[in-house]
Ligand binder design. Structure first.
Ligand code: SAM
Length: 265
């Protein structure tokens, strides 16, 4: 099996950020998705104070985006992540008046002791087991009757997922196994968790679609590999990818949003 790339800041700078400004791409994405989520929150809640849970909280980028965009609501997030350092980074970045309590747990083993107005899982369920009924049903179980849960995952409608699925086997010698939006939405339907679906398109703005450095950087980030190893290990997949992207002239990322309202069975 291929070794996953070093995720340190130093490695990232050396390998990727000199070729493509992923920080900007990500920030633009959060802005686009954040606006859609903020509109859904505004449409659902008339009271100003919202008690919320951020599942897979990471560094708190999405709650911070939502605080800025949801001026009429005060959202207090309990923040869950299995990784202790993520909880610490969340505390460093999200101001205390917007924070509830930290929960160090993964979603599957989490045993809720209360319900929330709002449950948010933004890009956190990429490794979730969709065949586990309890994991899926917990979404509505933990959300108050008049509450809202919002689950965001990359969709197959986006180039990124389609390319990753196409090349995963040849790069990693294993079938593509990340949970995408369509898997999750299907599991919600299977376990009768009523939901609606929405899709948000986030264009990936690259300095140049023709530059080998940029395309190999995108390939490396997308496939979780070291870009310097591409020519000797995955050249066929990379050549096919770069030809296809050039022909298309752009890359787009599409996210699916599942919206569950427990009172609308
Ligand atoms: C891509 S980051 C997204 C972080 C954050 N939600 C955001 O939008 O910036 C995914 C986060 O989900 C967490 N995570 C992964 N699997 C999880 C699980 N089963 N339960 C809870 N959190 C999980 C990871 O530790 C990581 O912090």
């Amino acid at each position: 099996m291929v070794k996953m790339v070093d995720r340190s800041e130093k490695f990232y700078q050396e390998q990727y950020s000199q070729y493509a400004d992923f920080e900007k791409i990500i920030q633009d994405e959060y802005e686009i998705i954040g606006r859609v989520l903020a509109a859904k929150i505004a449409a659902r809640f008339s009271s100003t104070r919202i008690v919320a849970l951020d599942v897979g909280a990471g560094t708190g980028r999405m709650p911070k985006t939502l605080f800025r965009l949801s001026k009429d609501h005060q959202i207090i997030f309990d923040y869950m992540d299995p990784v202790a350092s993520a909880l610490r980074m969340y505390e460093d970045s999200v101001s205390p008046e917007c924070r509830g309590i930290p929960i160090q747990s993964d979603w599957a083993s989490y045993e809720p002791d209360k319900q929330y107005d709002l449950v948010l899982a933004n890009n956190s369920f990429c490794g979730i087991d969709c065949s586990d009924e309890g994991t899926i049903r917990k979404i509505s179980a933990i959300t108050k009757k008049k509450g809202l849960s919002l689950i965001v995952l990359p969709s197959q409608r986006g180039d990124w997922v389609q390319y990753a699925q196409k090349y995963w086997k040849s790069v990693h010698q294993t079938p593509f196994s990340k949970t995408i939006f369509e898997d999750f939405a299907q599991a919600l339907a299977e376990y009768s968790v009523q939901h609606t679906e929405d899709f948000v398109e986030a264009p990936v703005t690259l300095p140049s679609i023709d530059d080998e450095h940029i395309l190999s950087t995108v390939f490396a980030v997308m496939m979780y590999v070291n870009r310097t190893e591409i020519p000797k290990r995955w050249n066929d997949a990379y050549v096919d990818f770069s030809r296809s992207v050039r022909k298309q002239g752009k890359l787009k990322f599409v996210y699916g949003i599942a919206e569950c309202r427990p009172d609308e069975k």
